[in-house]
Design a protein around this ligand. Structure first.
Ligand code: ACO
Length: 307
């Protein structure tokens, strides 16, 4: 028995902001942003509820399930629309669901953290879960701060997870947090995101490599068995450094940050959607999802596709 992923969806706002657009108001350039981060453009706009609802609806259509088939909705987000109620509750209403609804905040590691929560619910009797990662980070960006403005963006990705008597897509999990490092990457009430980019970069590579190595070992496989790496999309150089140290070729990594920037909890499910759309998710093959973010939090998981 186990947990299967049975559908995917994603959504981004229509408005595209290119690096050249940002260069008009900030002391930056397309060359600096694309060389240092890999980001070329990002989508900006909407609310977390709107984007999460759209991605969630698409995942439900993809899984061919109706509102009454969903037994729990979990939203991974760092940017809820209100302090209360949870944004998951707002999405639940928009989608016509009647099930329990819960927000999970683990910053950019939010999606894998929420998958772990969903797995626990499924193992203890919940049949089918709609799991969404949605963010509107642009609302918490100081657009005069080039350290952050060039990185963060908006979007949503979603999946439907369900109980299976015969299959198990989740082969291992390694999660962690280091709250003593909270001030490295933070956003206070009524304020903007602040980040010590250099230090976050250093730690990101370390925690991704350590947690991914442990997750691969726990799954009883080697890096050579990983045919798809789905990393949090923060910076191409972090992904390249992790790929090199883990011994997983960059061709196996899914890269979407060039189009979408860093969408925090949404980046991993959006990358999943693209991987599936491009035919890169193949039955019987192993994938690694790995994320890190404010907290500092980290999460790595080995998956094996059953569909
Ligand atoms: N445009 C032009 N120049 C810039 C910009 C910019 N947007 N930003 C910084 N610079 C300048 C700096 O001022 C510095 O100038 P100096 O040498 O004259 O002092 C120079 O470029 C180099 O700056 P660094 O900070 O050393 O640049 P670095 O190569 O480290 O790249 C970056 C900065 C992109 C922020 C990188 O450190 C990074 O990606 N860090 C990790 C970010 C991350 O992953 N965040 C995670 C999660 S987000 C979340 O949880 C919501």
């Amino acid at each position: 028995m186990g947990t299967r992923f049975v559908g995917w969806g994603m959504a981004v706002p229509d408005k595209i902001v290119t690096n050249d657009d940002l260069s008009k108001t900030l002391e930056t350039s397309d060359e600096w942003i694309s060389e240092r981060t890999g980001i070329r453009q990002r989508h900006i706009g909407g609310t977390t509820t709107e984007l999460g609802t759209l991605a969630g609806r698409r995942a439900m259509e993809d899984a061919n399930v109706k509102p009454e088939d969903i037994d729990f909705v979990i939203l991974a987000t760092t940017t809820p629309d209100r302090m209360a109620p949870s944004t998951a509750a707002l999405i639940q209403a928009e989608l016509g669901l009647t099930c329990p609804a819960l927000d999970v905040n683990a910053a950019c590691a939010g999606f894998p953290y929420a998958v772990r929560v969903a797995q626990g619910l499924i193992e203890t009797g919940t049949k089918r879960i709609l799991l969404i990662g949605a963010e509107t980070l642009s609302r918490w960006v100081d657009w005069t701060d080039r350290n952050v403005a060039v990185l963060l963006a908006d979007g949503a990705g979603a999946t439907v997870m369900e109980y299976s008597e015969t299959e198990n897509d989740i082969r291992s999990f390694v999660l962690g947090a280091s709250g003593v490092d909270a001030d490295l990457l933070t956003c206070d009430h009524g304020s903007y995101f602040f980040m010590d980019g250099k230090e976050v970069f250093r730690r990101a590579v370390r925690v991704v490599v350590d947690s991914a190595s442990e997750a691969i070992q726990k799954a009883g496989i080697t890096p050579a068995d990983i045919s798809l790496m789905i990393p949090h999309q923060a910076n191409i150089r972090i992904i390249q450094a992790a790929s090199e140290r883990l011994g997983i070729p960059m061709e196996n990594a899914v890269i979407t940050l060039d189009r979408y920037g860093n969408t925090s909890s949404a980046s991993i499910p959006m990358a999943f959607w693209h991987a599936r759309d491009e035919g890169r998710v193949k039955k019987g093959e192993y994938a690694l999802m790995t994320g890190f973010g404010a907290g500092m939090t980290w999460a790595s998981s080995v998956l094996k596709w059953s569909m």
